[in-house]
Design a protein around this ligand. Structure first.
Ligand code: BG6
Length: 495
């Protein structure tokens, strides 16, 4: 399938996201033949640049960050013919008239009416003004031809996310709005649906009768880097749990949709969010913990503590780590805890989902027989390892009866030779094709905010914290261990 003739207008064109993610993704889509013959990429931003200078900037990004490595000259020459730049002031009506002219020119040249995708890779305070100006300049009048892509963060809390939804709904139909959660574009994350709903053996055991608990762990070795100004006002709960981790949880917990249709899938995810148990302030104290990193050493390099990072308040109480115990109050998941954790400057960069099954009802082997007796676990490793492992007990070869835990592994590397596309390739292509399955619907975003608001407000009310409380290169604060140890479990990580 190829998409229709398409014009991308990228706000924040000179920014990091375009260089690191969007341009490399578009280039790879081009290389693999997914882009239509008639397409153009119009970057826009405040810095005055010529088309050539802008293209050079993207080339730099592609050479550094593309999964396909450095560009081949003749491919680049072909691709770069489609790149344009327009200096702009997002607040100024003439900017949008200029876009209008460019769109008309392309349409005349291509003798068609192209799809136009407005990609807002800018700070969220620009979302309203850009959306409003698009409307005023009648640039989104045809709902079948224009789409808007909104990067996170989608709101700062429930109220602001509702306001933003309301504003967007006054300009666009929901089917024109593409709210990005880039985790949903990851190959291994998409595979969770395939794994759950294309295999009949899992469904009978995928419930409270067989599953003891679920863990979702997304840890990063990176610190906050140069994003201190954004991050210090957000923190791990808003930055990661409200979106990525809750989406992973939805994929594990959702019922089977009737079909692989965008609204069917998103309806089933909203069901999960609605079924999740709400927190009272007491529950928050009991079920949610937070942390902040101090300085330490990562891979032989000394790294600063969070409060010493640039653009971070030196007395900041922003959490760089958060862990929460959730429940999904429905028949399938009654009584099954879902532990989620995420943090920066952790010992390992890895995103894994662990499903721990219940113990055997009766153990027939003597204790000495099991060297490392362990309940069955299914481990879905999203990154960096891309795999699904089922941990089972097996008899170790030998004359005596000794058991140990072994892994049955589906590993992408060993199974497929082709390289998996980057999340943004999938998401940009879906935007062009008009497929919203992997995008957040307005009600989903609000349901996720609604769930975490009591945690945020309880946390924000408490001003004195003993931060920092975990050192760089650790597994987070002790309270996170205690949260799960209290229930007799421990956080699981891959070696
Ligand atoms: C982003 C967060 O959404 O996801 C970042 O804002 C985080 O803070 C990033 O580092 C993690 O994404 P990935 O794809 O590297 O796991």
């Amino acid at each position: 399938i190829k998409s229709q003739p398409t014009i991308f207008i990228i706000f924040g064109g000179t920014g990091d996201l375009n260089q690191r993610k969007l341009a490399p993704a578009l280039y790879n889509l081009f290389l693999e033949g997914w882009l239509p013959e008639q397409f153009s990429i119009i970057g826009t931003g405040r810095t005055p640049l010529s088309d050539e200078q802008f293209a050079e900037k993207l080339l730099d990004g592609i050479n550094q960050f593309s999964r396909s490595g450095k560009v081949q000259q003749e491919k680049w020459d072909e691709f770069s013919k489609h790149i344009f730049y327009q200096v702009s002031d997002a607040k100024d009506a003439s900017t949008y008239q200029e876009f209008g002219k460019r769109i008309e020119n392309h349409n005349a040249e291509w003798n068609t009416k192209a799809n136009v995708i407005y990609y807002l890779a800018v700070s969220p305070n620009f979302f309203p003004i850009i959306a409003e100006n698009i409307k005023k300049s009648k640039l989104a009048d045809d709902p079948e031809k224009s789409r808007i892509v909104i990067e996170k963060p989608f709101g700062h809390d429930l109220e602001s996310s509702k306001e933003l939804n309301k504003l967007l709904a006054s300009i666009f139909d929901e089917h024109q709005i593409y709210r990005i959660d880039h985790y949903l574009g990851k190959e291994t994350v998409q595979n969770i649906m395939a794994f759950r709903f294309a295999n009949s053996i899992l469904e009978p055991i995928w419930n409270r009768n067989y599953i003891e608990h679920v863990q979702i762990s997304v840890t990063e070795q990176l610190g906050v880097g140069d994003r201190g100004d954004y991050y210090d006002g957000a923190g791990a709960m808003r930055d990661m749990i409200q979106n990525h981790l809750l989406q992973l949880l939805c994929l594990v917990a959702m019922e089977s949709p009737v079909s692989f249709n965008a609204d069917e899938v998103r309806d089933r995810k909203v069901d999960v969010l609605k079924a999740m148990r709400r927190f009272s302030p007491d529950d928050v104290r009991f079920s949610a913990v937070r942390g902040q990193y101090s300085k330490g050493w990562i891979e032989g390099k000394e790294v600063p503590g969070y409060r010493e990072e640039s653009k971070v308040n030196p007395d900041s109480n922003t959490e760089t780590f958060a862990a929460v115990k959730f429940f999904v109050d429905n028949w399938r998941w009654h009584g099954v805890p879902f532990y989620v954790r995420t943090g920066k400057r952790m010992h390992q960069s890895s995103s894994i989902i662990t499903i721990q099954f219940k113990d055997v009802p009766h153990m027939i082997f003597p204790t000495e027989a099991s060297e490392s007796w362990q309940q069955n676990r299914l481990i879905i490793s999203i990154q960096p390892e891309m795999s699904i492992r089922l941990q089972v007990q097996a008899k170790r070869p030998g004359l005596d009866m000794v058991l140990n835990t072994v892994d049955m592994v589906f590993d992408y590397k060993g199974t497929y030779t082709n390289q998996a596309p980057e999340a943004y390739e999938t998401l940009l292509l879906d935007t062009m094709l008009g497929d919203q399955t992997l995008f957040m619907r307005g009600d989903q975003v609000e349901a996720a905010w609604d769930l975490i608001m009591p945690i945020l407000s309880t946390w924000e009310a408490k001003k004195s914290l003993s931060f920092p409380n975990y050192s760089a290169d650790s597994w987070g604060p002790e309270v996170a261990e205690a949260l799960i140890a209290r229930d007799g479990f421990h956080w699981f990580s891959l070696p």
